[in-house]
Every structure is written in structure tokens, then in C-alpha cells.
Design a protein around this ligand. Structure first.
Ligand SMILES: *[C@@H]1O[C@H](CO)[C@@H](O)[C@H](O)[C@H]1NC(C)=O
Length: 328
């Protein structure tokens, strides 16, 4: 009996330390003129046991505050920097020297070459990723380089097995990720298909509230839109020769104001259901048993974003009071 409990204890320690905390992170955006100091933000994150953060660009004050915190960081390059990073290896070396090497006690999970890179800049992506990877390797840093894409990189996604990339650049990105073993970063909002096609996309399906199969994609079936979106990208990766490329969802969430379906009630349902879904570790129908890691957008309501729904994605007000309770 004693042996059994010892076994159970060890098992619990290894596999269950913080199932939610492991799978969930938050986007820390800085488009507000009333946001708390990075040091206060790090204290807030620790008090909520949030151990993964994604930054859109390498802000030195934020990176400094995160040093030694134990919080892992996905950091992006700005889209505007991709052309220089692609055309000049020394620009990539400089980027790594400025934004990575000084932070010796920071755990960088990966580096995102841009975010939802606009069509006119995607041509720079493969070379920018190569140059950043070479610069990191030369500096003895084993940090994967990748990029963050939205669902718009797919030419088809319904049903998920039809998922395919719409451009040659994504084949090159996939080959790079396969050769380096890095993840693909995906921004996947169920909110947008819901507000664009309310007659086809049921609110319950977008909020993980239905429980019943809505999309049949033999042999797979989907009771929530999040899994269907992630699996459409899994299918696209598979067709591009990247069936083993891991997907990290770098943005997902629900707004609290500014449209018919934006409300505190819906946002609270979405984000808490998401956390519960990922913590269960059941994965998606195409990749069962392998939960994706997901980053909620966003930490704060940001008042310098476009008016309306854009300003209301935060889990916290700038004064660090929660907009609604989230069970991390
Ligand atoms: C924080 O800000 C929100 C939104 O402005 C406000 O409703 C709330 O009362 C504030 N809380 C504190 C403790 O100041």
C-alpha cells in the first residue's frame, strides 16, 4: 500500500504539477498609455501562476523585468525588420546581440520572425528565419526560430482535413521548421468566424459550450471550433511535409465589448473553457493526447488600439484588477 501511494505521489509530481499553467500563456501587448510597470506585471503574472508570456517585440524594459522570473518568453521581431534580417546576415547577428544575448537568465521558448506577416513582406521570411537561426547558432543559443501566422495562410480549412497552405512561402517555412525541429505559431480566434458568419457558426461551437458534434470530418468529429481550426493547420502542415511540426497557438481569446457577441459573459466562458480543454490534455481529433499550448490575447485592455472591439480583449484592466475571473 505504501509503495502504491509513493508511486502515486511521484506520478502526480511528474505529470500534474500545474497542468493548466503548462499549457496556457498570455500575450503581453504594450499599446496602452496607462499600463503598469513591467516589474508590477511580472508580480501579477507570478501571483496568477502564469509561466508563459508572448511579446510582440523585444522591449528592453520588459525583458529586463522578466529576467530570473522563471517565466518563459516567446519574443517576436517586428515585421518591418524582416527585410533587413533577410538581406543582411550581420543584421540578424546584431538583432541577437541586442535582444537575446544580454538576457542571460531569461528562458526564451522561441523567436518569431514577424507576426501575421503582410503579403508584401512574406518574401523575406525564409531568409530572415535562416539568418536568425545562423546568428543564434553562432552565439551558442539553442532557441528555435519560427513565425506566427493567422488562419488566412490557408486556402481551405473546412472541413479541417481539407486544410492546405495557399502559398509557396509556407512550404518553405514548413521545410525550415522540419529541418530545425521548431514549432509553427498560429493565431486562431474562433470569435472572428463567429461574427463573420453567425448563421453558420453557432456561438456554442465557438465557445466550447456545445458538447455535441458539429463538424463531421470522417473519421474525425469536432464539438468545438478551436480544435477544428488547429486541425486544419495540422492538415496543411501534413500536406507540406510537416506532419510532425508542433503547433503553438500564440493568440486566441474573446473580447468583452464592441460587438454583438463581445461580452464579459462570453469572454469568461471562452477563456475558462479553453484552459479546461487544454488542461485535460486530450489534444485535437487529428493529434489525440497531445494538447497544444495556447496564449490568450491579451493581458491588458490596451487603449491605444483602434476604437471598438480592439480595445477590449484584456483579462485585466490597466490597474491590474481582473475584468472577469479566469481560473489559471
Ligand atoms: C480598475 O479599473 C476599472 C476600469 O476602469 C474600474 O472599474 C475599477 O473600479 C478599477 N479598480 C480599482 C481597484 O481601482
Amino acid at each position: 500500500m505504501e509503495g502504491f501511494y509513493a508511486f502515486l505521489f511521484i506520478f502526480t509530481c511528474i505529470f500534474n504539477i500545474h497542468p493548466g499553467a503548462r499549457a496556457i500563456g498570455i500575450n503581453y501587448g504594450l499599446n496602452g498609455d496607462d499600463l503598469p510597470t513591467p516589474t508590477d506585471v511580472v508580480s501579477l503574472l507570478k501571483s496568477k501562476s502564469i509561466s508563459n508570456i508572448r511579446l510582440f517585440e523585444p522591449n528592453p524594459n520588459v525583458l529586463e523585468a522578466l529576467q530570473g522570473s522563471g517565466i518563459s518568453v516567446i519574443v517576436g521581431t517586428r515585421n518591418e525588420d524582416l527585410q533587413a534580417l533577410a538581406s543582411d546576415a550581420s543584421a540578424a547577428t546584431k538583432w541577437v546581440e541586442t535582444n537575446i544575448l544580454p538576457y542571460t537568465s531569461l528562458n526564451f521558448k522561441c523567436i518569431s520572425a514577424g507576426n501575421e506577416v503582410p503579403a508584401e513582406q512574406t518574401q523575406y521570411l525564409p531568409a530572415a528565419m535562416q539568418n536568425l537561426d545562423a546568428a543564434l547558432t553562432a552565439a551558442s543559443q539553442s532557441i528555435p526560430v519560427t513565425t506566427a501566422v493567422s488562419m488566412s495562410v490557408l486556402s481551405a480549412s473546412d472541413p479541417p482535413s481539407k486544410g492546405a497552405f495557399g502559398s509557396e512561402i509556407m512550404s518553405q517555412v514548413t521545410s525550415f521548421l522540419v529541418s530545425k525541429g521548431g514549432p509553427l505559431l498560429l493565431n486562431a480566434y474562433t470569435y472572428f468566424p463567429r461574427i463573420s458568419y453567425p448563421e453558420n457558426v453557432k456561438l456554442e461551437f465557438a465557445l466550447f459550450e456545445g458538447g455535441a458534434t458539429v463538424v463531421h470530418d470522417d473519421p474525425y468529429s469536432y464539438d468545438n471550433l478551436f480544435d477544428a481550426m488547429v486541425d486544419a493547420v495540422h492538415a496543411a502542415l501534413e500536406k507540406a511535409g510537416g506532419s510532425d511540426v508542433e503547433i503553438i497557438v500564440t493568440e486566441t481569446g474573446w473580447p468583452t465589448e464592441g460587438s454583438a457577441d463581445a461580452s464579459v459573459e462570453n469572454a469568461m466562458k471562452y477563456n475558462n473553457n479553453l484552459i479546461r480543454h487544454l488542461a485535460a490534455g486530450s489534444g485535437t481529433p487529428r493529434k489525440p493526447g497531445k494538447s497544444v499550448e495556447a496564449y490568450i490575447f491579451a493581458l491588458f485592455n490596451e487603449d491605444l488600439k483602434a476604437e471598438g472591439v480592439e480595445q477590449h480583449w484584456g483579462l485585466f484592466y490597466p490597474n491590474m484588477t481582473e475584468v472577469y475571473p479566469v481560473d489559471f
